[in-house]
Design a binder for this molecule. Sequence first.
Ligand SMILES: CC(C)(COP(=O)(O)OP(=O)(O)OC[C@H]1O[C@@H](n2cnc3c(N)ncnc32)[C@H](O)[C@@H]1O)[C@@H](O)C(=O)NCCC(=O)NCCS
Ligand SMILES: Nc1ncnc2c1ncn2[C@@H]1O[C@H](COP(=O)(O)OP(=O)(O)OP(=O)(O)O)[C@@H](O)[C@H]1O
Length: 212
Amino acid sequence: MYIIGVSGGIASGKSTVINILKSYGAYIIDCDELAKAVVTPNSSGLRAVISAFGPQSVLSDGTMNRAYIGNIVFNDVEQKKKLESILHPLIHEKIDIEIKRLQKNKKAKIVFLDMPLLFELKYYLYVDETWLVYVDPATQLQRLMNRNNYTADEASARIHAQLPIDEKKSLAQVIIDNTGSLEYTEEQVRIQWNLLLSKGNLGGGNVEAETE
Ligand SMILES: CC(C)(COP(=O)(O)OP(=O)(O)OC[C@H]1O[C@@H](n2cnc3c(N)ncnc32)[C@H](O)[C@@H]1O)[C@@H](O)C(=O)NCCC(=O)NCCS
Ligand SMILES: Nc1ncnc2c1ncn2[C@@H]1O[C@H](COP(=O)(O)OP(=O)(O)OP(=O)(O)O)[C@@H](O)[C@H]1O
């Protein structure tokens, strides 16, 4: 199984690129989804978050108060480390389970690991190839403000909690530039996808999905 780590900055367009890959029938592991799965109501993960960040960490319906936690951790690097020390071991365990599950699926010859912190956590050491969904910093700020209704300060805090996207650029093998139109992004993704398919033994289930 060939694992491709897909990363980017917050709101750079990872989900947009992943959705294009999904439409081709690609297999995906979504780390943001796994990060949510470890803090479901009553989970040991959420209980640990409540012990560390207090009763306001949970809403009346039992779900994690994401806005509350987000405002704390994206404005204080020590608090962010505290949250990560609770959640990252649980998330990594889930990633390993997903990889093992897909390894049993003979059709899953290529798997995309959608991981926001791929470069920060040096997870690129465990994948076969890395992609970066790039957007220029000004567009990134604007898209994040628009999507989440954040003020410029709220959006900047989240952007600065990550390695600058221009630094990530030098670490990635494939760059998908998502600064322009969605059509241009789709064109770049299709070129990379076809390149993967043309590399012989990576075909199988994904080829069938592509040609159906
Ligand atoms: C802080 C939390 C509660 C904020 O939740 P919220 O719903 O506002 O954001 P969401 O989870 O959808 O994440 C949005 C984006 O924020 C960025 N982000 C998330 N966690 C982090 C982090 N620890 N460091 C830097 N950026 C992060 C990523 O680009 C992510 O795609 C949440 O992001 C979280 O639990 N983070 C810790 C887990 C983690 O590190 N996840 C990253 C994937 S492995
Ligand atoms: N090429 C584009 N042109 C215009 N808007 C775009 C483009 N690509 C993505 N967007 C918009 O930018 C925002 C961020 O995109 P997306 O949600 O795919 O980013 P992401 O990297 O997955 O974010 P996160 O890090 O929060 O998970 C969304 O509102 C999306 O609709």
